[in-house]
Design a protein around this ligand. Sequence first.
Ligand SMILES: [Zn+2]
Length: 236
Amino acid sequence: MSHAVSRLRADRLARTTRPFIARGSRAPRCPGCRVIDSYCLCAWKPTVQAKSAVCLLMYDTEPLKPTNTGWLIADVIKDTEAFTWSRTEVDERLPALLDDPQWQPYIVFPGEFVAAERVVTEVRLEEGKRPLFILLDATWPEARKMFRKSPYLDHLPVLSLEPEQMSRYRLRRSKRDDHFCTAEVAALCLELADDHQARGVLDAYLDVFSAHYLGAKFQLPIDPDDAPHSYLKAFI
Ligand SMILES: [Zn+2]
């Protein structure tokens, strides 16, 4: 089954003139999970309810990268939309999505780079609305450029993740480095929206993806009974 990120990847592949060569193995990759066939994780794709929605703004080649974790968000969160970001062109479906009254949109970005009056650190929903988290799926320099040059985002509140929330997350997941991938940022947003079950599933699914991806890269065995696989069994 295709989702917003897989469609974006297919579009982007169709538009490339040179083949995009992913680093690492040249063995055929599963179209469902982008990992080489013998390490396919499609059987682990979970189903979970969430009130939150996600809108991914993806930088140019991001959908083509086999390590892109926006793909995992789209696997887990049913209401995920994805757009290729462009400074000059805006897909008309994007402002329409942001204006849709069922959603309460937040652009997720570090508050220290934004005027203080736009910054919020909590999700407080108006009556009858569901949260829509807009995530910039890109490297940090690309994300800064996207944030500055997207006037259709300028009126939205900026949801800034707090250091305490990030350090709690690090502790819970025994995470050692300071870099948060897009799926981890999404998990932090889900937590703020009280989508705790979806948050747990996304974290476990990210760990399962990492195990399969690294397993394929280094030819390591997969343990289907380790903690994240075991966690997901209730959701597949
Ligand atoms: Zn697969």
